[in-house]
Design a protein around this ligand. Structure first.
Ligand code: NAP
Length: 283
């Protein structure tokens, strides 16, 4: 049976370090502030924002919530982001996405200061992930997957990592982070012809396709490490990943559960980025 790589202890270890950094900043008179920007009413975003506020407070940071109207103009949204980017009291900015259809998300993200881009959505952050240098941060979920592998001491150097998904928020940055760690990386997507053949060759699979149980027993082999980033809501409301968990549990060396795997680490990474951003601003 596979080892179950749970996210909670990973998040706890990250949060411990973050709390210590935030306490040191507070001792120097700096209160790190995360701005949470929502456009329109979305129940899931509002719930996430409330939980982020609680987590900020628990670790010694403050959250500032900005709820903008659903019919806001592109210019007004960009003005609001410019103001937060200029505000020295704000250290991190999280813009909830997707935005309403009339808004251009990429153009809006260009108004986030890269050094405050704690969710890694700006072009500067993408460049930082690509080059390993410069201001900006990796997208939290992609980094959370790597932090989880590190916590469980999964070696990556020279291993074959197969990433399923090439989105700008997960698949691509995860592939770059794996490459930085000297893994040999294959990136699969919806046009990949021989998905099962490729994933069976992997030492480490990182599944981020958003397709329930896309990776079944035929895609897996013994000895693999399976990181399931997918979060899919089934018709009955159950949450499930991109990997057939029972198959992975029977075959693989280790597998992350959904829920309770990578998702449990994402907010901890966001707050670690906030502490880092506030620390850099204080220097
Ligand atoms: P996305 O933007 O929809 O991207 C999905 C990617 O998967 C695309 O690159 C797509 O290929 C590829 N794909 C789709 N069907 C495929 C198939 N049958 N075979 C191979 N590749 C396929 O999704 P995302 O935003 O990256 O999110 C991916 C998953 O992660 C979702 O389930 C999401 O809910 C979850 N997620 C988890 C967390 C967390 O904290 N754990 C956070 C955010 C998101 P093409 O590029 O060719 O279309």
């Amino acid at each position: 049976m596979a080892r179950i790589l749970r996210g909670a202890p990973v998040a706890a270890a990250i949060n411990e370090t973050t709390a210590a950094s935030l306490a040191a900043l507070q001792a120097n008179g700096v209160t790190p502030v995360l701005a949470l920007v929502r456009v329109g009413e979305n129940g899931a975003d509002a719930a996430y924002a409330r939980s982020a506020v609680r987590r900020c407070q628990a670790l010694g940071a403050q959250a500032r919530c900005l709820a903008l109207p659903a019919d806001i103009t592109q210019t007004a949204l960009e003005d609001a982001l410019d103001a937060l980017s200029r505000d020295d009291a704000v250290h991190g900015i999280l813009l909830f996405q997707p935005l309403p259809k009339h808004l251009d998300a990429a153009a809006a993200c260009a108004h986030l200061a890269p050094e405050k881009d704690v969710d890694g959505v700006t072009a500067a952050s993408a460049a930082a992930v690509y080059t390993g240098r410069g201001p900006g941060f990796a997208p939290c979920t992609a980094e959370a997957a790597l932090r989880l592998l590190d916590f469980y001491e999964i070696p990556l150097d020279g291993r074959h990592a197969v990433v399923v998904g090439r989105s700008a928020v997960i698949g691509r940055p995860a592939a770059m982070l794996l490459l930085q760690r000297s893994a040999t990386v294959t990136v699969c997507h919806s046009h990949t012809r021989n998905l099962a053949e490729l994933t069976r060759q992997a030492d480490v699979i990182l599944a981020a396709a958003g397709r329930p149980a896309l990776l079944d027993a035929g895609c897996l082999r013994a000895g693999q490490i399976v990181v399931d980033v997918g979060v899919n809501v089934l018709e009955d409301g159950t949450l499930t990943g991109d990997v057939d968990f029972a198959a992975a549990e029977a075959l693989a060396d280790a597998v992350t559960p959904v829920p309770g795997g990578v998702g449990a680490v994402t907010t901890a990474v966001l707050l670690a980025h906030l502490a880092q951003a506030a620390g850099q601003a204080a220097r």
